[in-house]
Unconditional design. Structure first.
Length: 106
């Protein structure tokens, strides 16, 4: 499982029929930077892009939890899908070493 930010969406009119009706989003995996113990951790960009199936109803720019591989096919909605990445949660806040480094504004 990893943290990612939703950066876009994908429209594919021609696809496997089991993917019909599934919302496909582009997410950028993020890394947590915690080099200096005196400062709170921060989120850093990786420059990567992954297409993930959205099973929780997220919006553009939100911080999310993503699973890949066999875990991606363990949700009720994706158990029979050819999916390798699935958004399984929306992050409200994240804490590292007792310091909050992300807090949702919604």
């Amino acid at each position: 499982m990893f943290l990612a930010r939703v950066t876009g969406h994908v429209v594919a009119t021609q696809k496997d029929k089991t993917l019909s009706g599934q919302k496909l989003l582009v997410v950028e995996p993020l890394n947590v930077k915690y080099d200096d113990a005196s400062k709170p951790a921060s989120l850093g960009n990786t420059g990567r892009a992954i297409v993930a199936v959205d099973v929780v109803g997220v919006g553009d720019g939100q911080l999310v939890l993503v699973v890949q591989g066999s875990s991606a096919r363990m949700t009720e909605q994706t158990k029979n899908l050819p999916a390798d990445a699935v958004i399984v949660g929306i992050v409200d806040s994240a804490v590292f070493a007792g310091k909050t480094f992300y807090q949702s504004t919604k």
